[in-house]
Design a protein. Structure first.
Ligand code: SAM
Length: 268
């Protein structure tokens, strides 16, 4: 998706990018078109964009949708958006996406965004808690985060983020995006990922909180054996009876293993 500099958009228009808000604005028309093609918005979709910024995705989304919600924290950018778009077309939710009640926008919600990288992991967990209200999500993230999201057991990137998101969503790595596609360019590579909530029938952990507790404990010290990291939750004999070697490490367990662990004991 690398383009000659002359082909890039020049959207900063007097705005000084704020590092604390993770402001790296998309300026690559090829990448913007690829993201729009992946989202494939339809006029009546209920769609919310996190961090519209200077509108790189907002404008082409609005060209295809009857109405769009955006959540933006930067007051200067909110003022710009207000000047450019009528409230009948664009609902601006001023504030922190981490505190936003996504359920308030109803069911079948589509969520998109070129996310501020400093809040991307907590934001993914926040959204996972609202998964039943979502139709799908498309996010630009730091490539290293996407690697962790899609990682399989045994891979070095496999961890709590992989298990917790793969439990709730089918994940698809869509495109890689280099730093030059942004202004200012970030120090890291980026990638776009799609998350589609799994059907309810696939969510077989009887108690999602117990499941989360086990996953968190298992990965709390990833080099330690499960008989240590899970010692407050399972005895060695219990692990063995489930076919899980107490000397194994969390990275060896599949999603199914974690669900099996969550469903034993006092939950039978
Ligand atoms: N969508 C624009 C683009 O692609 O060029 C801007 C993307 S920029 C990486 C991230 C955007 O998220 C900025 O507009 C920033 O102000 C906004 N932002 C940062 N932290 C936020 C938060 N906690 N809640 C909502 N928006 C936030």
């Amino acid at each position: 998706m690398k383009k000659h500099a002359a082909a890039m958009l020049a959207p900063l228009a007097g705005h000084t990018p704020r590092k604390r808000f993770g402001q790296n604005f998309l300026v690559d028309p090829g990448v913007i078109a690829a993201i729009l093609a992946a989202i494939d918005p339809r006029p009546q979709d209920v769609l919310v964009e996190i961090g519209p910024g200077l509108g790189a995705l907002t404008e082409p989304l609005l060209a295809r949708l009857a109405h769009l919600h955006v959540i933006e924290i930067d007051r200067d950018l909110i003022e710009r958006l207000k000047k450019r778009h009528a409230p009948e077309r664009l609902s601006i939710h001023a504030g922190d996406a981490l505190a936003f009640d996504f359920a308030s926008l109803g069911a079948n919600l589509r969520v998109v965004g070129n996310l501020p990288y400093n809040i991307s992991t907590p934001l993914l967990f926040h959204l996972a808690a609202h998964a039943e209200h979502l139709r799908d999500m498309h996010f630009m993230l730091q490539k290293e985060v996407v690697e962790r999201m899609v990682a399989a057991p045994g891979e070095s990137a496999y961890g709590r983020l992989s298990v917790m998101l793969q439990y709730r969503f089918a994940l698809e790595w869509l495109i890689d995006v280099p730093p030059e596609s942004f202004d200012p360019p970030p120090k890291v590579q980026s990638a776009v990922v799609r998350l589609v909530p799994k059907p309810k029938a696939a969510l077989t952990a009887r108690d999602p909180e117990r499941f989360a507790q086990i996953v968190t404990a298992a990965f709390s010290q990833r080099r330690k054996m499960l008989r240590n990291t899970l010692k407050d939750l399972f005895g060695e004999a219990e692990l063995e009876s489930l076919g899980i070697p107490p000397t194994a490490r969390a990275e060896a367990l599949s999603l199914t293993d974690f669900v099996r662990l969550a469903n034993v004991g006092r939950y039978i």
